[in-house]
Design a protein around this ligand. Structure first.
Ligand code: 6R9
Length: 636
C-alpha cells in the first residue's frame, strides 16, 4: 500500500518535504511500484521548452502494477462492480483475477489485429466494463488509447481519430442511457467515412440494435475474443512512453490532444487517490464520471485499480428510472466513497430529500466533488442530506492537463470549508499571479492560478503539436504552468477556485471552447457570424448564450425555426452538450476598431447585468450594444 497522510501535521510535514526536495519526495513514492528497471534520474526539466521527464529511463508496464504486483493478495477481490442502466439487469462483478484475464485476452486480440506499441487506438464506448478492459489492454500492449466520450458527434469523433492517426476503433452497437438507446455504431460509420487510416473496428454487442458491419474492417467483440488466450506478457514501456491522449477544449481552435505518459501518471494518480479519498482496502468506491473524461481515466480506472480498490462503474444517468438512482446504487453496493459533480448535486437537489430518505446511506464515509466550482448551497445540501453531516467533502480541483487532483482536502484530515478546494496536495506548488505575471504573495489575494514546479502527472505535450502546448500553457506567464482558472487565497491560506478566466466555458462540468461552439453555429448556411459566452445557470453551473447575426436571406424564414436548426447544428458538429441554452438573433456584434469581439460586454448582458458595461467608447458601433440589451433574453 502507498504511504498515506493521516493527520494535519502529517500533511504539513509531507508538503514541506515535497517542496524542499521534490525529487526525493516522488522517488520515495515511486519505490512502491513494480519497475522492470528503475530510473536513472527522477526529474529532467527544461523550463522554457516545456520538456519534462519523470523517472528518466525507468521501465515498467502500468497494468503489471494493477495486476501482477497485487494478484496474490487481491485475486478474488472485486475490481469493478458494474451497475447497468436498467436496474433489472444483473450487476456484473469482475474480480482482479477475472479483470486481469479479460485484459490479457483483449491485449492478445489487439496484437492479432495488428496493433503495435505506439499505435493509437480510439475507444468510443459507453460505460461498460469493456471500456476499462479496452483501456487497460491498450496499456498492456503499449498502444496509446484515445477515449472519446460516446456523446460526441460523428464529426467530433472523426476530428479526434484523424488528429491522432488512429489505426483501430473500439466501439459498441448502441448505448443505453436513461430511457434512450443511442445508435453508437452508426455514428462511428459516419465518422469513418472521413478517416482513411482506420483499419479495424471491433464492435461490442450491447443493445442488439441492427448495425451494418463492413467486411474486412468490422469485427464483433465476441467473435474477436473467441478462443483467444488469457495469457499475455506485458510490453515493457519507458517511463515517458505515451499512455494516452485525451482531447479537451481550450480557448482557441479545435480541441487538443492532451498527452500523458506512463511512469509519472501512474505514480501521481495512485498517490492522490490513496490520500485524497483515504481509501481502505475493504471500501467500495463509486465515481459517477464517464471514462470519456479525465476523471474517468484517473479516478475510475487507473488510480483506484492501482490501489487495489473496488470501483463501482455505472452505465446510466442519475434520474433513470427514478431520481433516486444514485442513492439506490449506494445502498445496494454499500458504497463508502461517492465522487460526483456539482451539476448532478444541483439537479438532484431539485427533487428534495425524500428520494434520499428512501435509502440507507449509512455506508458512506467520504464524499467528493469535481468538474466545476461547487456553490455553498449545493455543498451544504450534499454534506447534510447525503453525508448526514458525518462525511468530509473533498472538493477536488484539477484538470485534464494536470492528470490528477491538485488542490483538495485530504478526507478527514484537512478541515473543510464550503466551496473551497482548500490546500494543494504534496508536490503541488501553487502560485497566484496578477495579469502582468507578478506574484501575489500572502493571504487575501485573488488572481490567476499557476503552478511553478513540475509534478509527475503533468501534461507532456499536445499530440502532434508541441508548440501549441508551450503556447497554450507556458507562455502566458514566464516559467509557469497557467491553468486558465481564477483563484482566491483567503485569510486562512485556503484556495477557492473562481472559474475560468479564458474563453472556456464549463457546462455541467463539460469543458467547451466558445470558439468551438461558434464554429458549429457558423456552419449553418444562414449565419454570418456569432459570439458565444457563458452565463450563470442554476443547475449546469454555466449555460451557453449565443448571439447570432443572420444573413439577409433569413428574412424569409421563421426565426424560431432558424433557432431550432442552430441547435441542431451544434448537436451535429459537436454533440448535444454544446446546444446553446439561449440564442439571441442580433444585427451586429460589439467589436473594437480592430475587429475583436468584445466578449466582456456580451458576458455582462448574458448575465443580466447591463448596468456596468465599462468603457464602450472604443467600439466600432456603440449602437449595437443598446440594441442587444433591448433584445436580451432573461437568464434562467
Ligand atoms: C477534472 C476536470 C477542468 C476545469 C478546471 C476548472 C474546473 C474542475 C473543479 C473545477 C472548481 C473544482 N474544475 N474541478 N473548478 N472546483 N473542484 O474536471 O477536468 O474537464 O479538464 O476541466 O474544470 O475550471 O480548469 P477538465
Amino acid at each position: 500500500m502507498l504511504p498515506k497522510i493521516n493527520t494535519l501535521s502529517g500533511y504539513l510535514y509531507e508538503y514541506q518535504k515535497s517542496v524542499a526536495n521534490p525529487e526525493a519526495f516522488w522517488e520515495n513514492i515511486a519505490e512502491n511500484f513494480y519497475w522492470h528497471k528503475k530510473w536513472d534520474k527522477v526529474l529532467e526539466w527544461d523550463r522554457d521548452g516545456h520538456n519534462v521527464q519523470w523517472f528518466v529511463n525507468g521501465k515498467l508496464n502500468i497494468t503489471e502494477n494493477i495486476f501482477e504486483k497485487n494478484l496474490f493478495i487481491l485475486g478474488d477481490k472485486p475490481a469493478i462492480i458494474w451497475e447497468p442502466n436498467n436496474p433489472d439487469e444483473p450487476t456484473v462483478t469482475l474480480t482482479y483475477k477475472q479483470l486481469h484475464e479479460k485484459v490479457c485476452q483483449f491485449a492478445n486480440v489487439l496484437l492479432q489485429n495488428g496493433v503495435k506499441k505506439g499505435d493509437r487506438v480510439c475507444i468510443y464506448l459507453p460505460m461498460v466494463p469493456e471500456a476499462a478492459i479496452a483501456m487497460l489492454a491498450c496499456a498492456r500492449v503499449g498502444a496509446i488509447h484515445s477515449v472519446v466520450f460516446a456523446g460526441f458527434s460523428a464529426s467530433s469523433l472523426a476530428d479526434r481519430i484523424n488528429d491522432a492517426e488512429v489505426k483501430v476503433v473500439l466501439t459498441s452497437d448502441g448505448n443505453f442511457r436513461g430511457a434512450k438507446s443511442i445508435p453508437v455504431k452508426a455514428v462511428v460509420d459516419e465518422a469513418l467515412e472521413s478517416c482513411p487510416l482506420v483499419e479495424k473496428v471491433i464492435v461490442l454487442k450491447r443493445t442488439s440494435i441492427e448495425v451494418t458491419m463492413k467486411p474486412g474492417r468490422d469485427i464483433w467483440w465476441h467473435d474477436a475474443i473467441r478462443g483467444v488466450s488469457i495469457e499475455n506478457k506485458a510490453q515493457e514501456m519507458d517511463s515517458e512512453d505515451m499512455l494516452f491522449i485525451l482531447y479537451t477544449s481550450g480557448s482557441t481552435g479545435k480541441p487538443k490532444g492532451v498527452v500523458h505518459t506512463t511512469g509519472g501518471y501512474m505514480v501521481y494518480t495512485a498517490y492522490s487517490f490513496a490520500n485524497v479519498f483515504q481509501y481502505n482496502i475493504n471500501d467500495i468506491y463509486f465515481c459517477t464520471a464517464d471514462v470519456g473524461w479525465i476523471t474517468g481515466h484517473s479516478y475510475i480506472v487507473y488510480g483506484p485499480l492501482l490501489n487495489g480498490a473496488t470501483a463501482v462503474m455505472f452505465e446510466g444517468v442519475p434520474n433513470h428510472p427514478g431520481v433516486d438512482r444514485f442513492w439506490q446504487i449506494i445502498e445496494k453496493h454499500k458504497v463508502t466513497h461517492f465522487y460526483t459533480a456539482p451539476t448532478a448535486i444541483r439537479s438532484l437537489m431539485g427533487y428534495g430529500t425524500e428520494p434520499i430518505e428512501r435509502h440507507n446511506l449509512s455506508s458512506l464515509k467520504v464524499l467528493g466533488s469535481v468538474g466545476e466550482p461547487i456553490n455553498e448551497e449545493a455543498w451544504h445540501w450534499y454534506h447534510t442530506h447525503v453525508g448526514k453531516g458525518n462525511c468530509p467533502i473533498v472538493d477536488t480541483w484539477w484538470q485534464t492537463e494536470t492528470g490528477g487532483i491538485m488542490i483538495s482536502p485530504i478526507a478527514g484530515v484537512t478541515p473543510t470549508k464550503p466551496a473551497y478546494a482548500t490546500l494543494p496536495l504534496p508536490g503541488v506548488q501553487v502560485i497566484i499571479v496578477d495579469n502582468e505575471g507578478n506574484e501575489l504573495k500572502g493571504n487575501n489575494v485573488e488572481g490567476n492560478l499557476c503552478i511553478k514546479f513540475p509534478w509527475p502527472s503533468m501534461i507532456r505535450t499536445t499530440y502532434g503539436d508541441h508548440e501549441r502546448c508551450v503556447n497554450t500553457y507556458f507562455s502566458s506567464f514566464k516559467g509557469l504552468y497557467f491553468t486558465g482558472d481564477g483563484v482566491k487565497r483567503d485569510a486562512d491560506g485556503y484556495y477557492r477556485i473562481l472559474g475560468r478566466v479564458d474563453d472556456v466555458i464549463n457546462v455541467s462540468g463539460h469543458r467547451l471552447g466558445t470558439a468551438e461552439v461558434e464554429n458549429a453555429i457558423n456552419s449553418h448556411p444562414l449565419v454570418i457570424e456569432s459570439a458565444v459566452v457563458g452565463f450563470p445557470h442554476e443547475v449546469k453551473g454555466q449555460g451557453i448564450y449565443a448571439y447570432v447575426v443572420l444573413d439577409a436571406a433569413s428574412k424569409n424564414h421563421d426565426p424560431e425555426k432558424i433557432k431550432a436548426s442552430l441547435l441542431a447544428a451544434a448537436t451535429k458538429v459537436i454533440g448535444p452538450i454544446a446546444k446553446p441554452d439561449k440564442i439571441q438573433l442580433v444585427t451586429g456584434l460589439p467589436k473594437t476598431r480592430s475587429g475583436k469581439i468584445m466578449r466582456r460586454i456580451l458576458r455582462k448582458i448574458a448575465e443580466g447585468d447591463a448596468t456596468s458595461l465599462g468603457d464602450t467608447s472604443t467600439l466600432l458601433d456603440p449602437g449595437v450594444v443598446k440594441e442587444i440589451i433591448e433584445g436580451a433574453l432573461v437568464p434562467v
